[in-house]
Design a protein around this ligand. Structure first.
Ligand SMILES: Nc1ncnc2c1ncn2[C@@H]1O[C@H](COP(=O)(O)OP(=O)(O)OP(=O)(O)O)[C@@H](O)[C@H]1O
Ligand SMILES: [Mg+2]
Length: 253
């Protein structure tokens, strides 16, 4: 079943967390139950962005597996609304090294019985924990940006993927996080990374007062006027979300 999607990038601060939340909002409007896993283990921002208190984190989940005392999944998740739950990253970054790299695989497997879609927000570093995630997840969505270092890194990672016959990824060009980054043309970008761009978010999706939404725990795509205000970008997000659902259907699972 194709339901777990890792949101990954080859540079930090390119809009992964904001995008993950917006995609979760889109799935909610499609009536899907979503689990967001905050797998930016040392610097996670999902709970803060949803303005929710939480008791348990992914560290508790991993520890309880290790100690053979794991409880049901809902003991570790926090509810945002009727459709979206999340599992927070540890409050204390010193706990991160105690998390078994394979706990994320158990978590994804278990969550796939309870949710329609599992969105995993990551950081961009090629740590062992992220590599295990990228190997184990159904789909990887790269957020690429109009940035020379990002594109160089993405190109190199795609070569490694190709050499390993790894094809379960899509690339989204995120022009929404910083409207001033527009040095390369789309043609240049495809040429640099030697790959196609599957989806784009334009700079029309740049939201000046985004921090206000974050501090209020509001998801942009769940705002009533979002389809109208964001127009084509909203439609692109919707298409992306539906594409993943159709993949599921095609497999007959
Ligand atoms: N659509 C948007 N409109 C305006 N600002 C945005 C948008 N998307 C992202 N940003 C801003 O860009 C910055 C980075 O966004 P975000 O935290 O989502 O990136 P990230 O890839 O998750 O970063 P990290 O690698 O640190 O996890 C933030 O300051 C955020 O406010
Ligand atoms: Mg982030």
């Amino acid at each position: 079943m194709k339901k777990s999607i890792a949101i990954f990038s080859t540079k930090g601060g390119v809009g992964k967390t904001v995008f993950t939340l917006n995609l979760a909002g889109i799935y909610e409007t499609l009536g899907k139950k979503v689990l967001i896993i905050d797998y930016d283990l040392t610097n996670g921002g999902i709970a803060l962005s949803l303005n929710k208190e939480f008791n348990k984190t992914i560290h508790d989940y991993a520890y309880d597996i290790f100690a053979n005392q794991k409880k049901s999944l809902k003991e570790y998740t926090t509810k945002y609304d009727e459709y979206i739950d999340f599992i927070a990253s540890p409050k204390d970054p010193r706990l991160v090294s105690q998390i078994d790299n394979y706990a994320i695989i158990s978590l994804i497997n278990e969550a796939s019985h309870n949710y329609d879609v599992i969105l995993i927000d990551t950081n961009h570093v090629l740590t062992a924990s992220n590599l295990v995630l990228l190997d184990g997840v159904d789909e990887i969505l790269f957020l690429a940006t109009n940035d020379p270092i990002d594109l160089k890194n993405l190109k190199n990672l795609l070569v490694i993927f190709k050499n390993n016959q790894k094809t379960n990824y899509k690339i989204l060009l995120n022009d929404s996080y910083n409207p001033y980054k527009n040095y390369f043309s789309l043609y240049d970008i495809k040429n640099i990374i030697k790959a196609n761009i599957d989806y784009t978010l334009t700079n029309n999706f740049f939201v000046k007062n985004i921090d206000q939404y974050i501090m209020n725990g509001e998801i942009l795509t769940l705002q009533k006027d979002a389809p109208k205000v964001f127009d084509k970008d909203y439609a692109n997000l919707l298409k992306l979300a539906v594409d993943y659902m159709e993949k599921d259907d095609n497999n007959g699972k």
